[in-house]
Design a protein around this ligand. Structure first.
Ligand code: UTP
Length: 227
């Protein structure tokens, strides 16, 4: 299968140490060994958030804050690419053509962010669309898409399955400032709607959840196109 994985920085690099990055690299190597073609996009996590907070205190505008976030995502992408060694691109591709070319050569493109105004979820969704991926996995810090914020509302329940249209309704009211928190960003959901891609949102604190999603045995949220 051709698979694109959007890995939240808060799950791939929750703090700057090697353990989780190595676990992710090991899981990706197993997917490649099983014959899958892989593209990976890494988020900025707490590093992005801290830069964005400091920039906001200093009076930076939202585009400048997005650029700080992009810098952090690309730093995390370099860390993961380093762990993958020769299997991965040596620097994060800055556009989708370069990432697609890398996949065609049998290399794993490890991208970060690209341009202001969205998050790495949208970058990954566009990569999945551009490469005709069979599956897009969002590995996030929550175990799927909920009808509320599970960190703040104990009664929030997880959806087993949503159409892209339903996903858009769930996330439409979440604010879109730099560093904001949504299970999947709105542009990504819109791209999912037009592309007909199959996607899954899983808890990425355990990298094996991504492997289980590839096997179709996950307990997150399926985003399936309308039939
Ligand atoms: P992330 O992609 O890491 O956001 O981008 P996220 O998914 O909410 O966070 P984690 O990684 O799962 O914890 C961080 C910030 O960087 C900017 C945005 O401000 C975003 O909120 N960004 C990122 C862009 O502007 N463009 C991009 O392509 C990527």
């Amino acid at each position: 299968m051709k698979i694109v994985v959007s890995v939240g920085g808060s799950v791939a690099v929750p703090s700057i140490d090697s353990a989780r990055v190595a676990a992710y690299a090991g899981m990706f190597e197993e997917l490649v060994a099983a014959g899958h073609d892989l593209g990976v996009v890494v988020g900025g996590g707490p590093t992005a958030r801290r830069y964005i907070e400091a920039g906001r205190d200093l009076g930076a505008n939202e585009i400048e804050l997005d650029q700080l976030g992009i810098g952090a995502t690309r730093l995390n992408a370099r860390l993961l690419a380093g762990a993958l060694g020769d299997r991965a691109t040596s620097s994060p591709p800055s556009d989708h053509d370069a990432a697609r070319e890398a996949m065609r050569r049998g290399s794993i493109p490890v991208m970060g962010g690209t341009a202001p105004g969205h998050t790495t979820d949208a970058v990954a969704t566009a990569l999945a669309e551009h490469t005709g991926a069979d599956l897009l996995v969002f590995a996030t810090s929550v175990a799927g898409v909920y009808d509320g914020d599970p960190d703040e509302d104990t009664t929030a329940t997880r959806f087993d399955e949503l159409t892209p249209k339903e996903l858009i309704e769930v996330i439409a009211d979440i604010e879109m400032t730099a560093g904001s928190n949504a299970p999947v960003d709105l542009l990504a959901a819109k791209l999912l709607q037009r592309s007909g891609l199959r996607a899954v949102v899983v808890d990425g604190t355990d990298p094996d959840a991504v492997a289980r999603a590839v096997e179709g045995a996950h307990d997150g949220t399926d985003i399936a196109p309308e039939r």
